[in-house]
Design a protein around this ligand. Sequence first.
Ligand code: C2E
Ligand code: MG
Ligand code: MG
Ligand code: MG
Length: 292
Amino acid sequence: VAKQGGKNRYHQFDLEQDNAINSYNKSIDNVRVALDRKEFVLHYQPKVNMRSGEVIGVEALLRWEHPESGLIPPLEFLPVIEGHGISLKVGEWVIDAALTQISHWQRRGISLPVSVNISAHQLQQDNFTSRLQTLLAAHPDVDPGYLELEILETSALQDTFQVSSTMNACHDLGVSFALDDFGTGYSSLTYLKRLPAYLIKIDQSFVRDMLDDTDDLAIVEGVVGLAKAFKREVIAEGVESVEHGVALIHLGCVLAQGYGIAKPMPANQVSQWLTTWKANESWLALSGNREP
Ligand code: C2E
Ligand code: MG
Ligand code: MG
Ligand code: MG
């Protein structure tokens, strides 16, 4: 019994220590240190045209390569720093790293547009456009047309007039915009109407269940119709299977991203992936109801 109790106590201690380490790791101060120590890294997930097989770009997704905990996903530390000054620094690091990567790929003959996620807070900084301009100027060999910004948490956008003028100014620099996780924010339609984003990303929660849930299917169909009516491009996130792709093509959505195509991967695996990628035969054979 004593031995048993001791073991449990040890176990208990272990768990507490684990929790302490975890919350310590993700504090604002430690994110700051991680940035200094260059522990952040971008992984890249391909976006494709299912009908033509063309790779249209990649999305940059942030990870923290922690020396002890390993790869930490963004939703474990970004919410902790959101709204604090450090989140703007991390945001700039992400754009800078993506531009460095575009230039690196370009020198190796790979022309790949990269999209970067930006928070509403980041976009609503007074000097967002000039900071973006500075970052672009630091990479004079990169065509800004290869950078796309995905706007997150659109429900946190306060002043659509200000935001749309910022977006237009960035657009003048050559950068384009997408509305991420479309359909989950509570004023999605207002944002669609007011914000100059050329691309709508259908949130993966709708795509995931569209094969079994007629409500989700209706939402996906509705968003595709909206995109068409507003003359925007539309891409489905969370395409996990061939069947998802088939259903989406039938609805007129030919652009896709998801584990069924490729998982996010380190930059050095992308060129290899590009040489082996082939669109599914049944996708290529479908005509769809809208031209890509
Ligand atoms: P997001 O921008 O909507 O990115 C898509 C997320 O879904 C990624 O998770 C990706 O790995 C995951 N995903 C892609 N395909 C599939 C699929 O078929 N099935 C499932 N279940 N998941 C899939 P990740 O990398 O963990 O990122 C989560 C979120 O964190 C992103 O969602 C984005 O909101 C945020 N995020 C990521 N990187 C950054 C960044 O650099 N800055 C900011 N502000 N936010 C970021
Ligand atoms: Mg995104
Ligand atoms: Mg998304
Ligand atoms: Mg998301």
